[in-house]
Structure formats: structure tokens, C-alpha cells
Write a protein that binds this ligand. Sequence first.
Ligand code: THU
Length: 136
Amino acid sequence: MIAADVADELVAAARRARQQAYAPYSDFTVGAAVLCADGRIFGGCNVENASFGATVCAERVALFSAVAGGCREVEAIAIAGPGGEPLPPCGICRQVLVELAPGADVIMAGDECTRTTTVAELMPEAFGSGELRGRG
Ligand code: THU
């Protein structure tokens, strides 16, 4: 688990990123922040679309931004959504976390409480690159 002060910093970055959310259809604003092994932090927010299926969640925006910035090892991701309770990542984002951040801590921040878990706990028996290899 990452240190408490680092987790606090990451949650603050996720809350800042949330302020950029483009969510005119749901009005459900979400922010995320990814901590890379080299110490860099990449933020992301949800970006919606009139063609709803084209919407991208905050977690994936942050993860893809980190990859585009050259990050290949993610230590942790913080997620900040509306309401007091921690916001869990959706199923598609969990699959992307398995791909890009399999060893990461996941810090889910609500206004009133925060819960920390891991990608492995959120996505047991995941389909990943190991399944593609050796079964072709
Ligand atoms: N959303 C996220 O950004 N992350 C989540 O973990 C759950 C859902 C976004 C997608 C959409 O813009 C809005 O929240 C409502 O689903």
C-alpha cells in the first residue's frame, strides 16, 4: 500500500481533475489521478458524448494519458466522484486497469470517506495477456 501522505496527494489530484469533467448528459462528474513509478501524476476526468457509448470514464482518460506520457508502471490510481461514499470503477475500467496497472493500489474517495483496495481484489480471475498467450 502506498504511504498515507502520497495517497492524500493523489486524491487531491483526482479532485482537481474532476473539476474539468465534461458531463453535460449525466451531470455525474468524476476525476482520477494515476501515480507512476517515476513519481509523475497524470489526471483525467470523464468526457461524455451525445452518442453515449463514446463516453470515456475518468479512470481511462488518466490511464491513457499516463501511457501517452511514457509511463509503463502504475503504482496507484485515485478516483473521486460525487457524494460521500467511495466511487468504485466500472467494469470496463477494471479491465483496462488489469492491462495497464495490474499491481496498482486503487484509492476510492468520497467526500466523507475513502477506501483503498487493489486491482487484483477488484478484478479476480481477470482475462489478461496471459490468456492470449499459450492458447492460440
Ligand atoms: N464514470 C466515470 O468516469 N468513472 C466511473 O468509475 C463510473 C462512471 C462516468 C461515466 C459517465 O460520464 C458518468 O460517470 C455516468 O456514468
